[in-house]
Write a protein that binds this ligand. Structure first.
Ligand code: 13P
Ligand code: SF4
Length: 311
């Protein structure tokens, strides 16, 4: 039994013993963010995973992020505290269907959001994250037709912002879909001077009310830089932990769901990682991400393109 164990002390002991680095996404529980060696958005975390000289990467995020770490650092042991930590965007895009979609549009290249399986990455030409998508899109010739998947909201946002017409895969993030426009408008009425920062995974009816749209690290930077004292945050609310730490004098309010609070916008997949499971993952070096080499090399091509074009 883990009862009576000082989990934080045990995790610290094991990370040294294993020469492990603990990477965490901003949507992780505060206690996990606080013990991580590095906290970041999807692009930052991919770069860290590619560059680390640790022997073990303990990835506190979701499976597609840990898989990305393994693709980029195959000689490392990559553990994910809970293998069920998936993503609704990944689930919306089965590789066979994506392959068939590509075959129907042979003249299109596939620009694909990193929130997908390693199989879909292997079927794609270039991977993007929300922080790198615009920069990467700008480097693709105007005449080149594009399939964008699996997030139709991010794809729609990019299409509106850049004027590029892209064929969109119909996937959504269930977390960002849960925001309510009506409740957001009520909240804005209560805080008329507060800007809204939104993640591009939000539907357009939320983005339309945003003063800033960007990735988790972009939203965090906006929270630090903005002049006012109150910000409405339309993304997974665990990121507010980093905002409270960085600028404790400001007031951060999670955008509401239909029930008027922001608890329905907690990512159920991210929430599967706990201190107990992280401790066990470091102790047992399980569950481990393993990827068949041919598949890994194919997925690496589209991820390497991202790292190259985003830099
Ligand atoms: P970013 O941290 O890259 O903005 O991604 C957000 C997200 O939904 C990860 O699943
Ligand atoms: Fe996937 Fe949405 Fe959770 Fe991110 S927040 S991991 S996109 S379900």
């Amino acid at each position: 039994s883990l009862k009576g164990l000082d989990l934080r002390a045990e995790i610290d002991r094991l990370r040294k013993e294993r020469n492990a680095v603990i990477l965490a996404h901003y949507y992780q529980k505060p206690e996990i963010q606080d013990l991580a060696d590095f906290v970041g958005d999807s692009l930052d975390l991919s770069r860290k995973a590619a560059a680390t000289d640790a022997d073990v990467i303990a990835f506190c995020g979701v499976r597609f992020m840990a898989e990305t770490a393994k693709v980029l650092s195959p000689e490392k042991i990559v553990v994910l505290p809970d293998m069920d930590a998936g993503c609704s965007l990944e689930d919306s895009c089965p590789p066979e269907q994506f392959a068939a979609f590509r075959e129907q549009h042979p003249d299109h290249i596939a620009l694909t959001y990193i929130n997908c399986s390693v199989e879909v990455k292997a079927l794609s030409d270039i991977i993007v994250t929300s922080s790198s998508a615009e920069k990467i899109l700008a480097q693709i010739p105007e005449s080149q037709p594009i399939i964008f998947g699996p997030d139709k909201h991010l794809g729609g946002y990019l299409a509106r912002k850049t004027g590029r017409d892209m064929l969109l895969w119909p996937g959504v993030c269930i977390v960002h879909e849960a925001f309510s426009e009506t409740e957001l408008l009520k909240l804005k009425a209560q805080h008329p001077d507060a800007p809204v920062a939104a993640h591009p995974e939000c539907p357009s009816y939320i983005i339309d009310h945003a003063d800033y749209v960007g990735s988790t690290s972009g939203i965090l930077q906006y929270a630090k830089d903005m002049e006012g004292d109150t910000l409405i945050v339309a993304t997974e609310p665990h990121i507010i932990h980093q905002m409270d730490k960085a600028v404790p004098e400001k007031n951060f309010i999670g955008a509401p769901g239909a029930d008027g609070n922001c608890n329905c916008n907690i990512c159920p997949y991210m929430a599967l990682n706990t201190m107990e499971k992280l401790y066990l993952a470091l102790r047992d070096l399980e569950p481990r991400i393993e990827i068949e080499e041919e598949l890994r090399l194919k997925a690496k091509q589209s991820l390497d393109k991202m790292l190259e074009m985003a830099s």
